[in-house]
Design a binder for this molecule. Structure first.
Ligand SMILES: Nc1ncnc2c1ncn2[C@@H]1O[C@H](COP(=O)(O)OP(=O)(O)OP(=O)(O)O)[C@@H](O)[C@H]1O
Length: 316
């Protein structure tokens, strides 16, 4: 769906390229999280997809088409864009903000109004209560929800998200990551997400691309990145609590076995293994009871230990 081939960019006067020889393919319906230290080229990579930045060399293709040959305005109508702090128009109502692209596309008024309400519903805001408000009457998390609603309003197949939840407090942020991630999956959007937050990348990414100094160091599933860091830099970046992070990205269902564990503390099938471990430690139990989709199951501490034991250390 999105293909970057040998893409490089050096800004005028810069000592080294911001992005260098990046090859990356993002499949339709996939969420790809770009992560890495500040200044490693994440946002520049993202912006070359919607032509806010032009590459010096290489090509960016969208559904097979070289974006260099597509009029930028037309291109951006096919690509939703969500930024930190969103950039909502402050003097426009929530409804008018969400209607921005449909209005540009000349949709009839009734269709726009219906779409605005559907988008508000989608992101969990009651249309009757929120459509007439202005952005300054919203919480940070609500503003980000409106930002996502606006980006999705014209139903673009591709969504670019640059630190979308960076300005939101940690509690609201966790909820947004889970909810918005589920919506994007359900709608089968192809998403590039730029983030500083490894937990966000693990929660939302089907794949994580870790960059350093303009280059891709490792592109892998969240579990692959945490379990098998390609080198010492990746190991350091993912940190000493890599094993716990990994458990946060895996569900109880992945390890539960079809054996009843009567009387054991209960955990949900779709809870994370990190929550399961916390419950095992808090209760001192060796096993948890799981209500599986096809009957009672159990999850043992030993099984979690086994998964953690495969947590590779980086090759020297
Ligand atoms: N418009 C620009 N003009 C000149 N240099 C730029 C421009 N945009 C980015 N850069 C430089 O390119 C490099 C990569 O920047 P980029 O914003 O892509 O990094 P990033 O990984 O997204 O960083 P951060 O996480 O801090 O947002 C940095 O050294 C930055 O200073």
């Amino acid at each position: 769906m999105i293909r970057l081939e040998g893409v490089s960019k050096r800004f005028p006067g810069a000592a080294r390229p911001a992005v260098e020889a990046v090859d990356l393919v993002i499949a339709e319906g996939e969420t790809c999280a770009l992560i890495g230290p500040s200044g490693c080229g994440k946002s520049t990579t993202l912006r070359m997809v919607n032509r806010l930045v032009e590459p010096d060399t290489g090509t960016v293709r969208l559904a097979g088409e070289d974006v260099a040959g597509v009029d930028p305005i037309r291109l951006r109508r096919r690509i939703g864009y969500v930024l930190q702090g969103v950039g909502l128009f402050p003097h426009r109502t929530v409804a008018r903000n969400i209607a921005t692209v449909p209005e540009l596309l000349g949709w009839p008024k009734a269709r726009i109004a219906a779409r605005v309400d559907a988008m508000l519903d989608l992101v969990g805001l009651d249309p009757a209560e929120y459509r007439g408000r202005r952005p300054d009457a919203l919480s940070g998390g609500q503003r980000q929800r409106v930002g996502v609603a606006r980006a999705l309003a014209a139903d673009p197949p591709v969504l670019l998200m640059d630190e979308p939840f960076g300005a939101v407090d940690p509690v609201a942020r966790g909820r947004l990551q889970v909810e918005i991630g589920a919506i994007l999956k359900r709608l089968r959007k192809t998403v590039i997400l730029v983030t500083h937050d490894l937990d966000e990348a693990v929660r939302m990414g089907d794949r994580i691309v870790l960059m350093r100094a303009g280059r891709i160091v490792q592109a892998d599933t969240p579990d692959g990145l945490l379990a098998r860091p390609a080198d010492a830099f990746v190991a350091e970046f993912t940190g000493p609590d890599r094993a716990l992070r990994r458990l946060a990205g895996l569900t109880v269902g992945a390890l539960a076995v079809p054996e009843p564990a009567q009387g054991a503390p209960e955990i949900a099938w779709d809870a994370s293994l990190r929550d399961a471990l916390a419950l095992l430690l808090a209760t001192g139990s060796e096993r948890l009871a799981v209500a599986g989709p096809a009957g009672p199951m159990s999850l043992s501490l030993a099984a979690i230990r086994q998964v953690s034991a495969t947590d590779g250390t980086a090759p020297a």
